[in-house]
Design a protein around this ligand. Structure first.
Ligand code: CMC
Length: 428
């Protein structure tokens, strides 16, 4: 905290407000007493200038293209760490020792099975249901199955439900996929890693042995790592807001999944690949660039632009190199990768994208990798949700552990009718 003050003159009054500093990043003006002192609110739809909480988990410098988890750069974590280790880091604040990592991985592995009755939930969905719709429903339903860990005031309960959520999400996601293709559910296999187990539950069948391809397992684990957390984005803020009322963690994560689904957020990976398919060949790119620039056309380049990054998204850099690794491991090519590279090149040399600082984001290349691995586009956002669950629970835990935590309750600028008398229907 600094001794700095900001002064504001409004309604003929000047008031002083504290300016607080974090460890890095912009200072914040603490406006909490503003309404009491002036009778006015601040107005910031979309929260473009509002810090909604203190957090020690993730830091983004959007101008420089920097993303740190507990201080560690995402590039280093993606290259040298694993999703399990990053999960531990996000939840606990420090990298684990070898023994702590082994213990954490064992605990997560032991929680991967679902209550058997949950399988019947899936059968209530249409076969063509979007797997994100199934995820929202099934994750919300977890609160009806695991009553023993929903006392949010108890840190042990919070820890158990956090572990359950991280552990069960791959099982839930794989079952959503299996249901959509009409294949039997595959149970978790404790011999495998978190990511290898997910691949087996998704692509394995009871009729034959499933061999995890190490390069694919590594690429998938890296994709999970890249999506693990991202500061106070829309779905994380949704989880915090839902959790601020004291709601149980499973319901809060279901709310986060619902928010993530939208094409401006996690749904962009599905939309980006669909867009690349629609563009098809590089000769058609310019037409879509022109459409993206046209104010009268709602079309946007999906996987491009970001509220915070005004530079290359560091996750997109890793994602682009991972495409090549996966292609080499599977000995496949996808002409859409050439289209994507060319689209990036054309967009980045266009003044419209340069002036608005629009760069590829994490979703631009991820669909090409996921598609090469064998996932249908409808599963892309599910994979994002699976990986982001650890970020959501870490942020939710941080919020609940804060003794000063309050229910989130924004105000508004009211623009409706002023008070008027009710008119009986016979007189209207
Ligand atoms: N294509 C064309 N123009 C764009 C794009 C785009 N992808 N993104 C932003 N713009 C323009 C926009 O029209 C606006 O122009 P103007 O100032 O003339 O009105 C300007 O850039 C600023 O855009 P904005 O919508 O005010 O910015 P925002 O911070 O509210 O939106 C965004 C950020 C990510 C929703 C937006 O860039 C977008 O819709 N991108 C495409 C969807 C996407 O890839 N989303 C994934 C985000 S990363 C993963 C995640 O968070 O889940």
């Amino acid at each position: 905290m600094s001794d700095n003050q900001a002064s504001l003159t409004a309604g003929g009054k000047t008031i002083e407000m504290p300016v607080n500093s974090g460890t890095i990043g912009p200072d914040v003006i603490d406006i909490r007493k503003l309404y009491a002192q002036t009778g006015m609110f601040t107005y910031d739809p979309g929260f473009t200038s509002t810090a909604s909480c203190d957090s020690a988990i993730t830091y983004i410098d959007g101008d420089e293209g920097v993303l740190l988890h507990r201080g560690y750069p995402i590039g280093q974590l993606a290259e040298h760490s694993s999703f399990m280790e990053v999960s531990y880091l996000l939840l606990n604040g420090e990298l684990p020792s070898a023994a702590e990592l082994a213990d954490f991985s064992r605990t997560i592995t032991r929680h991967t099975m679902l209550h058997e009755q949950l399988a019947t939930f899936y059968r209530g969905f249409r076969r063509d249901a979007h797997p994100m719709a199934i995820m929202c429903g099934v994750v919300g339903a977890l609160s009806a199955f695991y009553h023993d860990s929903t006392d949010i005031a108890d840190p042990v309960h919070r820890k158990i439900s956090s572990h359950r959520l991280i552990a069960k999400m791959p099982t839930i996601a794989a079952m959503a996929y299996k249901y959509s293709v009409g294949q039997p559910f595959v149970y978790p296999d404790n011999k495998l890693s978190y990511t290898g187990n997910f691949l087996k539950m998704t692509f394995g069948v009871p009729a034959e042995e499933y061999e995890v391809i190490p390069e694919v397992e590594k690429a998938m684990d890296r994709i999970f790592t890249l999506h693990a957390d991202h500061e106070q984005n829309a779905s994380t803020s949704t989880v915090r807001l839902a959790g601020s009322s004291g709601a149980n963690p499973f319901a809060c994560i279901a709310a986060g999944i619902a928010c993530l689904w939208g094409p401006a957020h996690g749904g962009a990976n599905e939309a980006a690949l669909n867009m690349l398919k629609e563009i098809g060949t590089p000769d058609r790119i310019q037409h879509y660039i022109d459409r993206a620039k046209d104010k009268n056309d709602p079309f946007r380049l999906m996987g491009f632009g970001h509220r915070v990054y005004k530079n290359y998204d560091p996750r997109a850099t890793v994602m682009q190199s991972t495409v090549r690794e996966v292609f080499a491991a599977l000995n496949v090519q996808d002409p859409l990768f050439e289209t994507a590279l060319r689209l990036e090149e054309i967009a980045l040399s266009d003044p419209y994208f340069a002036e608005k600082k629009l760069f590829p984001n994490v979703d631009f290349y991820s669909g090409i990798i996921l598609s090469a691995i064998g996932f249908p586009t409808t599963m892309f956002t599910v994979l994002f949700a699976l990986a982001r669950t650890v970020g959501w629970v870490a942020q939710w835990n941080e919020m609940i552990s804060d003794p000063g935590q309050k229910i989130g309750r924004p105000r508004q600028l009211y623009t409706g009718p002023t008070a008027r008398d009710y008119v009986p229907v016979s007189e209207r």
